[in-house]
Design a protein around this ligand. Structure first.
Ligand SMILES: [Zn+2]
Length: 129
């Protein structure tokens, strides 16, 4: 009875290992993609321009679509012409998906190493003397 337990655990570990590998393959799909990635977030910015008699001083703020991202610790901003908003939005979403996948790969990687260590522990035998 006691002897069967490592075998049961090994079989469970192997099955978990297979699941993690399948998940890794799924997560990496976005990495195998070919579409362009744009780092940053697209959103609508509403602001005052600073001219003393402009309508924005009466609450009608100037609205424009911008892309913001950080570069070497600095926050950057770029105004987007309306004809490019949809395209940049799509690429920035893809970038986000890519980065999420990367974060998940880190976790899966950690899981895989823990699984491998446990499997090694269960399979290891003292050297024959
Ligand atoms: Zn204004």
């Amino acid at each position: 009875m006691q002897k069967d337990r490592p075998r049961e655990e090994l079989s469970r570990l192997r099955s978990t290992l297979g699941n993690r590998l399948a998940e890794l393959r799924r997560v990496l799909r976005v990495v195998f993609g070919r579409s362009a990635l744009v780092k940053g977030n697209v959103y609508e910015l509403a602001r005052k321009c600073g001219k003393p008699n402009c309508i924005c001083t009466r609450g009608e703020l100037h609205r424009s679509m911008v892309l913001t991202w950080s570069e070497k610790g600095k926050s950057r901003l770029l105004s987007l012409p309306s004809e490019r908003v949809a395209e940049v939005q799509k690429k920035s979403k893809e970038y986000l998906r890519f980065r999420r996948a990367r974060a998940r790969v880190t976790e899966i990687h950690r899981d895989l190493l823990a699984l491998l260590d446990r499997i090694e522990h269960l399979r290891r035998e003292e050297p024959l003397r």
